[in-house]
Design a binder for this molecule. Sequence first.
Ligand SMILES: C[S@@+](CC[C@H](N)C(=O)[O-])C[C@H]1O[C@@H](n2cnc3c(N)ncnc32)[C@H](O)[C@@H]1O
Length: 225
Amino acid sequence: MGFNLLARPYHFLEKVVFANRLQRARCAHMEIFLEAEQILLLGEGDGRFLEALLKQGCRAEIICYDLSTAMLDLARKRVAGKADKVHFLNGDIHQLSLPLEFQPDVIGAHFFLDCFRENELVDISRRIQGVSRPGCKMVVTDFQLPSGSWFVRSGGRVLICLMLLFFRIFAGITARKVTDWHGLLTDQGWQCRKKSMSDQGLIGSWVMERPVTKGLDRCHPVATI
Ligand SMILES: C[S@@+](CC[C@H](N)C(=O)[O-])C[C@H]1O[C@@H](n2cnc3c(N)ncnc32)[C@H](O)[C@@H]1O
């Protein structure tokens, strides 16, 4: 199982529940992407962020990396004719491998890390460190439990639980609860440089920066594009 079944209705379902709010969150730190030379979009899905990025005039080389071939097909079609520097790579983040000459300085992970359990995220963040440049920035957009009144917190909790349940049933995600990816990345030396929150803290976008450490050279196999 995976996101193939949901690829087509995904946009519609999102619109019904959130209108344009998730897309606004994805694009909250667009300036970081526009400064990049090589961008890795993890679990990019149906390509709406990619399309917005290209519309803004992004000239970077981009790899869209996704496990779902149906999602990749939609993304490819969405930007057809406008994406001469975009490559679509089908693969599992648990085996993330990139071409040797591709070392992203910016990574986008929109509504992606929350698909996994914390023990998986430890491995995933190591893999990301293994393929990215020192000082690389990662823009993570995700849900989190909102703060505020009891009513807001309970409403947020219920909504997130329902979404996790839905994606567990229809896409087979492994996450059972909101994972503390932020704590996990900061434990590994990543620093939060910026954040922007909306919907009373339910939706957020964070700019994380990878530590400039020696000894974190490529440690994973390479792929060809
Ligand atoms: C919740 S959707 C998010 C899609 C899009 N980024 C967005 O902002 O809506 C998660 C995406 O991650 C992809 N994905 C899930 N598990 C993956 C894995 N193990 N490796 C690579 N991609 C994966 C799915 O195919 C899907 O496109």
